[in-house]
Ligand binder design. Structure first.
Ligand code: IVH
Length: 653
């Protein structure tokens, strides 16, 4: 009887391990969650009824051992090294050349791996069974965090396969996936608890929980990058082969490049990863380049605490600290007032910045940014730099909370708003009126030549000539360029109105979907909200705008000769129709086309290009090594189009 139960238990455990491996390691689940839960429950019940037969490596035993009072120290078999950094291409080239020189060779094979932003851990398996998990600590001694390590589902409790070494050490990174981090912080916010500054801190905090139950809830993940203590002469001789071996015994490994035999190939790999970075489900802070051959690695050896055969080519830092020199109020394109900090110039992610937004007065009050403060600033993508926080320890005393400059009387604010709105109206992406600079617009408003956009179209040369800085010729030129801008596409027109939340992308989406100005003016809130990326707030802003007296300016514009084209007639290619009005998402790296160009091309064909896959997505266009978006699209049954297929489509085949 007990033998039969034993067999049953073994088979259930083997099945769950196989499902876990597919889910957590291979990233390709093979059964539904419900099916998984059912098998898991079956195992749990069988074990509850037969406690003496419980296998310590059973998946039900991942949370075990109770709450610890403290962590015990463990000495590492050999030091856990760190990596030297290269912070730009110049430094990476220096490393590359240094390595070639050291091995006296003209070429050398490297591999590139993702540099996961988590914590290094060491796992010891004896006879294939996970015995110890330890933190890096100071490199020679770490802490025994075995009970927390066991809760990480991508770490096998027992290694699989015919060639399991007697004793083996596996090193890798424990990290918290972006989604898990976001959920954790959201929950903390809801419960009024402290949030974590980033996924790495959250992972560190979770690994150091004395209660494995809590660690288990944090849903950490693991990725291996090296294997030690194995007589590897027959098993593997290179970094690439060792990864194959790790995979073969059931461990998740970080993404690794093929053999990179030239400097150019290394740079290409790095640049591909830069593009993919945001699509990855976890944070990375660079690419690690390692000499592929272990023989070469041992020739190169190490200096201080870092190997000479590897380097971490870091991504440019997204944050920096600097001083606030002043806080000023800026009038935005929609006329909104925004407090902006003037900073001591600082380079962030390779770009010099001297201004950062504080978004609004509530935010300014909450962060309590004061003139003279030292602050952390962040640049993310093409977003305007922002102030993350004040470093209070560095605040000079005495200091005063910021209060808006009250010198601006309301008439001045109104004028400043009007100037901003008209500048936006004339800007390149809107009416694209050449030669109408910010100062000229300010003069027009000051001299009461224009009181809204439409007045621009009835300006007379004679009026301009009277202004300082205008002569016969320049006045005529300005009048001509205003006249030239009269015909405008619907998306540009919508953008030019300066409605809150309607940037270029949203304007384009509205134009693609609704097609004509009349349709937009008459659209209900619900209709607007159905357009992807338009939430209830922006939908309301748009709806309210067209209901408000402010929108009378549209009729004024039309009566003064402005012609808004229907979106549908804008583009010949759109007539091909395949992408027209469709919601498309792009993922992966493309061989024949730059991602930005691909986006623009699709938009020209009338598609709406979105960043994330959702139920509303029509197509996912995939390049090389697509990220998690592909999986999501497949789950949702969304049509996936390869680069080659896309190229055929746009050629009209
Ligand atoms: S190799 C001797 N590979 O980066 C080599 N490290 O700055 C030492 N890391 O402590 C590690 N991804 O925590 C290696 N693919 C990767 C890595 C990686 C992340 C971390 C690791 C290490 C730190 C060094």
């Amino acid at each position: 009887m007990s033998e039969k139960i034993q067999k049953q238990l073994e088979s259930l455990i083997a099945r769950i391990n196989q499902l876990d491996n597919h889910y957590y390691v291979l990233d390709k689940p093979i059964v539904s969650d419900a099916e998984y839960d059912q098998i898991y429950r079956q195992l749990k019940i069988l074990e509850e009824n037969n406690p003496s037969l419980i296998d310590p490596c059973s998946p039900t035993q991942r949370v075990s051992g109770g709450v610890l009072s403290q962590f015990v120290q463990v000495k590492h078999d050999m030091p856990m090294l760190s990596l030297n950094n290269a912070i730009d291409e110049h430094e990476f080239l220096a490393f590359y050349k240094r390595t070639l020189r050291a091995v006296k060779s003209k070429t050398i094979d490297f591999v590139g791996e993702l540099k996961l932003d988590g914590l290094a851990v060491s796992l010891i398996y004896i006879d294939g069974i996970l015995k110890t998990g330890a933190t890096r600590g100071d490199g020679s001694t770490g802490e025994d965090i075995t009970s927390n390590i066991k809760t990480i589902r991508s770490i096998p409790l027992r290694l699989e396969g015919p060639m399991i070494p007697e004793r083996v050490e596996i090193r890798g990174e424990v990290y918290m996936p972006k989604q898990v981090f976001a959920n954790l912080n959201q929950l903390a916010l809801k419960n009024g608890e402290k949030t974590f500054a980033n996924a790495r801190n959250a992972a560190a905090g979770s690994l150091r929980q004395l209660d494995p139950e809590i660690a288990s809830e944090r849903k950490l993940a693991f990725s291996a990058y090296s294997i030690h203590g194995v007589d590897n002469t027959n098993l593997f001789n290179t970094q690439i082969e060792s990864f194959k071996f790790l995979k073969g015994i059931g461990l998740p490994v970080v993404l690794q490049s093929d053999c990179l035999s030239t400097f150019k190939n290394c740079i290409k790999f790095y640049e591909d990863i830069v593009i993919k970075r945001d699509d990855l489900p976890f944070e990375i802070d660079g690419v690690v380049f390692k000499v592929n051959s272990f023989r070469m690695q041992s020739i190169l050896g190490m200096v201080a605490r870092a190997p000479r055969w590897a380097v971490a080519y870091k991504f440019p830092s997204q944050t920096a600290t600097t001083k606030v020199n002043d806080i000023r109020v800026q009038v935005g394109r929609t006329g909104a007032l925004t407090p902006v900090a003037r900073l001591e110039p600082v380079v962030v992610a390779g770009v010099r910045i001297s201004k950062a937004t504080l978004h609004n007065f509530d935010e300014l009050k909450k962060k309590d940014v004061r003139v003279g403060d030292t602050v952390v600033v962040r640049r993310a993508g093409d977003v305007i730099p922002e102030i993350v926080s004040v470093i209070l320890e560095k605040r000079e005393q005495p200091s005063e909370p910021y209060s808006p400059n009250l010198d601006l009387n309301s008439d001045e604010i109104e004028k400043a708003r009007l100037v901003r709105k008209i500048i936006h109206f004339c800007s390149k992406q809107a009416f694209n009126i050449e030669g109408l600079g910010n100062e000229t617009v300010a003069v027009f408003v000051k001299e009461n030549l224009i009181a809204d956009f439409s007045d621009l179209f009835v300006l007379k040369k004679e009026q301009l000539i009277q202004l300082e800085g205008f002569a016969e010729k320049s006045a005529q030129k300005t009048i001509d360029s205003i006249a030239k801008s009269r015909e405008i596409t619907l998306d540009r027109f919508l953008f030019s109105l300066g409605i809150n939340g309607v940037g270029r992308v949203v304007a384009k989406k509205i134009a693609v979907i609704l097609g004509t100005l009349d349709q937009v003016r008459n659209a209900s809130r619900e209709k607007l909200e159905k357009i992807q990326d338009i939430g209830p707030i922006v939908a309301s802003n748009i709806f309210d705008y067209f209901q408000s007296p402010e929108s009378i300016v549209i009729d004024e514009l039309i009566s003064k000769g402005v012609k808004v084209e229907e979106f549908r007639s804008q583009n010949e290619a759109a007539k091909k129709g395949f992408f027209t009005g469709k919601i498309v998402v792009i993922t992966g790296a493309f061989e024949s086309i730059k991602r930005n160009d691909l986006t623009e091309m699709l938009e020209n064909y009338g598609a709406i290009v979105n960043k994330t896959v959702s139920k509303k997505t029509n197509f996912l266009i995939t390049g090389n090594s697509p990220g998690s978006k592909l999986e999501k699209a497949q789950k949702l049954g969304i049509r996936v189009i390869s680069e080659a297929e896309f190229l055929l489509k746009i050629q009209g085949n």
